[in-house]
Design a protein around this ligand. Structure first.
Ligand code: NAP
Length: 474
């Protein structure tokens, strides 16, 4: 990769007028000179996507599928290069970086498969008195130009969750990645170009969301906005988007209930992964643990011990479990929340210290649910542990949240498992595992302030296409 980067508009790599230095969150190394799209670049990108609409729409299902298969293949060839990009621009520890690239390949493969399965149904119109002599069927059509705005934390795979289904359904896209993760988006655009995506179908604009986001969201030629990121930005987008379709994949303060388990050490192990993987910068990271009081001591013993074994360090080292947060200001914010919690009687059982952008994995008890560390999304390696005595109380505490993405429930009682599925106010309930479980074809998304719409290729395709009804009069 060259040091000075370019924007990708209408199938052409073009220079910018203004630039910023992209720095590694871990050591401040300057990783590249990144062009910032201005208003004209954004409009040009939208015009290109609009002009490429017809060509994309006319591609056969097989042609769309083959492009996506080609993308998956190219990611396989450039696997290690992609993983190293995540280490650099995200400070993502290499083992998690490789796992993300692996998932990205799978996501594009699912998209290639789903491109072949977009169908409709016949509609029995003559079941109505007025429908005699009519034959109806439905088909799905691409919406047209999609604006995709993505976050920093899974910059390959969450972009794949936008581009894969968008192209599978025959749309065109203007992609705006997070300012901290342009390199992965540039690499993705290179791969699509190599795989033979028609020029103009994918346009990459880079720049501050607060400056160019509105242009994308309000432009009349953009028919759908798909956004993954924070609640605050998601709300703003929804308010601006008017009648456009909007998919919002937002944050959470995910909870797990541990009511009973065959092996509490295994549960503790999974909770360590769920709370601290990628330093908790995962939208379904465990932030709140609710555990039956009879299990508390055994759980805490293993949980604290295993947390203490986590290695903090350089993301390029294979032993590293946790590294820098994306910006030092995020670590400072959480440090302040912890300080606040301590003032109000919380106990920091382990961790809590910050060095620059690195925050230790932190376990905290006796936290009032109204404190920021519990009720807002931490997006950091922090978890609160709360004992309970009554099952309904645990369910109510999970639901006592502005968010509702996924929840995990450990129980050996099948009635309680069904009760949890029934009562938890979330988009997904994971029985006998952590809320952090996700594979890329499953329907994924939240309720309440965690968003609207679902990802998981088949489900995104439904969102990213319009249903058309045809009626033949016989
Ligand atoms: P963010 O600050 O909301 O940014 C997300 C994207 O929105 C970035 O590309 C950002 O650009 C852009 N943006 C910022 N202000 C904007 C505006 N006014 N209009 C349009 N776009 C704007 O989120 P983040 O810090 O990157 O990511 C963390 C958040 O994402 C967390 O809340 C996490 O839970 C959520 N998330 C949710 C899911 C899910 O599937 N539910 C998955 C992953 C992450 P800049 O980078 O230039 O500011």
């Amino acid at each position: 990769m060259t040091f000075e980067k370019k924007l990708f508009i209408n199938g052409v790599w073009q220079s910018g007028k203004n630039f910023y230095d992209l720095k590694s969150p871990f050591n401040g190394e300057v990783l590249g000179r990144i062009p910032m799209a201005d208003k004209n670049d954004v409009y040009k990108a939208i015009d290109s996507a609009n002009a490429a609409k017809l060509q994309m729409r006319r591609l056969s299902a097989l042609e769309r599928s083959e492009i996506l298969e080609g993308v998956a293949l190219e990611f396989e060839k450039r696997f290690e290069e992609c993983a190293q990009v995540l280490v650099k621009e995200n400070a993502k520890p290499i083992k998690y970086a490789r796992a993300e690239v692996q998932r990205t390949i799978e996501t594009y493969k699912f998209a290639a498969e789903e491109a072949k399965r977009i169908g409709g149904e016949t509609v029995p119109l003559d079941a109505a008195k007025g429908g005699k002599g009519r034959f109806g069927f439905t088909k799905r059509e691409p919406v047209g130009v999609i604006a995709a705005i993505t976050p920093f934390n899974f910059p390959f795979n969450l972009v794949a969750h936008k581009l894969g289904p968008a192209f599978a359904a025959g749309n065109t896209v203007v992609l705006k990645p997070a300012s901290q993760t342009p390199l992965s988006a540039i690499l993705t655009a290179e791969i699509f170009e190599k795989a033979g995506l028609p020029p103009g179908a994918l346009n990459l604009v880079i720049g501050k969301g607060g400056e160019i986001g509105d242009l994308l969201v309000t432009h009349p030629d953009v028919k759908l906005v798909t956004f993954t990121g924070s609640f605050e930005v998601g709300l703003k987008i929804k308010q601006l988007a008017g009648l456009k379709k909007v998919i919002l994949e937002l944050g959470s303060n995910s909870a797990v209930v541990i009511d009973s388990a065959d092996n509490i050490v295994d549960v503790a192990k999974r909770c360590v992964e769920g709370a601290f993987s990628y330093s908790g910068q995962v939208c379904i990271s465990i932030q709140r643990i609710f555990i039956h009081e009879t299990l508390l001591d055994d759980f805490m013993k293993s949980f604290i011990e295993l947390t203490g074994e986590l290695k903090i360090g350089d993301p390029k080292e294979i032993e590293t479990d946790l590294s820098a947060l994306i910006h030092e200001k995020e670590a400072i914010r959480v440090e302040e929340w912890l300080e606040d919690a301590r003032r109000f009687g919380a106990n920091i059982i382990c961790g809590g210290k910050r060095q620059g952008a690195v925050l230790e994995p932190t376990v905290i008890t006796d936290v009032d649910s109204s404190l920021s560390i519990s009720c807002h999304e931490a997006f950091a390696p922090i978890v609160t542990v709360n004992p309970y005595s009554d099952w309904d109380e645990a369910i109510n505490q999970v639901n006592d949240s502005q968010y509702g993405l996924q929840a995990g429930v450990y129980t050996t009682n099948v009635d309680k498992a069904f009760d949890a599925v029934e009562k938890l106010e979330v988009g997904g309930v994971i029985i006998n595992d952590i809320p952090t479980f996700r594979v890329d074809q499953m329907p994924y998304g939240g309720i309440k302030n965690s968003g609207t719409g679902r990802e998981g290729i088949k489900y995104s395709i439904e969102e990213m296409s319009d249903l058309k009804l045809a009626i033949f009069t016989l």
